[in-house]
Design a protein around this ligand. Structure first.
Ligand SMILES: [Zn+2]
Length: 139
């Protein structure tokens, strides 16, 4: 799971270099640089490049809120689409990894990439009402 970002240590009236911004947010300076094309505003008319605290805070908070999805029981998070999706053909495979829990494997309803979801055997029984679930051998 990706690391959760926190903007709590970012001061809105300060200016940050890539390194100091990285320290405040808890990521690497390389990550902060990679945020530029993703929309982080950087004052780059002179060196060192500076990031306004209020911009950094706004950017980090918008990214943190985008990362939290509450999936419906019959939805899978597709890593290719980066969005919650219903499984292709309402089908999924259950791969048990212990007697009580297992993994549901389905294909994305939009791009047909493989999606996974960890479920309890009890939850799998509930989902069998809406999805066609085949049980696969443990691999
Ligand atoms: Zn997809």
């Amino acid at each position: 799971m990706a690391k959760r970002l926190s903007a709590r240590r970012v001061k809105i009236h300060r200016q940050y270099t890539y390194d100091s911004a990285a320290d405040a947010v808890g990521v690497t300076a390389h990550t902060v640089r990679a945020w530029r094309p993703a929309g982080l505003a950087v004052l780059d008319s002179q060196k060192p490049h500076l990031i306004l605290g209020i911009e950094l805070k706004r950017f980090v908070e918008s990214r943190a809120s985008k990362k939290s999805y509450k999936l419906a029981p019959d939805e899978f998070y597709c890593m290719s689409c980066r969005a919650p999706r219903t499984p292709y053909g309402a089908m999924a495979d259950y791969v048990p990894f212990n007697p009580a829990r297992g993994r549901l494997v389905a294909l994305c309803g939009v791009c047909e990439a493989s999606c996974n979801k960890f479920v309890s055997l009890k939850m799998c029984g509930e989902l069998a009402k809406t999805l066609t679930i085949a049980t696969r051998a443990r691999c």
